[in-house]
Write a protein that binds this ligand. Sequence first.
Ligand SMILES: C[S@@+](CC[C@H](N)C(=O)[O-])C[C@H]1O[C@@H](n2cnc3c(N)ncnc32)[C@H](O)[C@@H]1O
Length: 265
Amino acid sequence: MRPDNPPGSGADCAPDPNPETPETRTLPARAAFPFPGLSSVDTKLYGRRRGRPIRVHKTALLENLLPQLRFDLPAAGMLDPVTLFPRPVDDVWLEVGFGSGEHLAEQAAQHPTIGMIGCEPFLNGVASLLQHIDERALTTIRVYPDDARPVLDALPDRSIGRCFVLFADPWPKKRHHDRRFIGPANLARLARVLKPGAELRLASDDRSLLAWMFDHSWRHPDFEWLARGASDWRQRPTDWPPSRYEQKAIEAGRTPVFLRFRRRS
Ligand SMILES: C[S@@+](CC[C@H](N)C(=O)[O-])C[C@H]1O[C@@H](n2cnc3c(N)ncnc32)[C@H](O)[C@@H]1O
């Protein structure tokens, strides 16, 4: 049953006075992007690909470590995710838009038998994840430094055991709502690739985005909301490490909300 005051209804979250809004930019010219061979999508990607100049150490990681960890999509056929990892893995989990990678790195550290795939088109964020991987000697993360949608389209049915989409870009203007990652098109992609019983974890501190994500996910016939009480969405579960945007939200006095959905069998 739908709750009386679902997350994002305004009962528990302060409106975001200064939402993080990525610049609206179309893809840069292919020549300016340093990863030739990555598949492109016919869907436009909104948001930044680069921010401040990347420091020398992180640039070296992009040049030396990323080529060992990134993967390309097959020109034909599907991507078998377990083959991305050098050793057998018990399951494969996916993070869409890992930002600076704190959450993904911590998940990898806590679950060493799980293969982790991270997708993130913001190069500065990719460089930060590489630093976590390097410092913590993590061996079970593979990186797609680009849009997650073609990865989802290349994955076989029922191949992913858990997916995280944390503090996605809120796109506050109404005319931009169809850019929000969690919506009908991507929920259909996620429903296809998630295994029966797999968790889809969503979080946001933006009231409008929360209401939107909750509404679309809750209505979706393939997803079941796992909350049994308000503490389930007010408090981050203990096995859910914090991300940078969660910390930024708390420091700014905003209230993050955590949503766990289950892919129905
Ligand atoms: C607001 S940031 C949140 C970052 C991180 N999840 C966190 O909680 O700190 C949203 C991230 O999603 C990424 N993003 C947006 N669209 C994406 C897409 N189609 N595929 C993968 N990542 C995407 C952006 O580049 C950005 O880094």
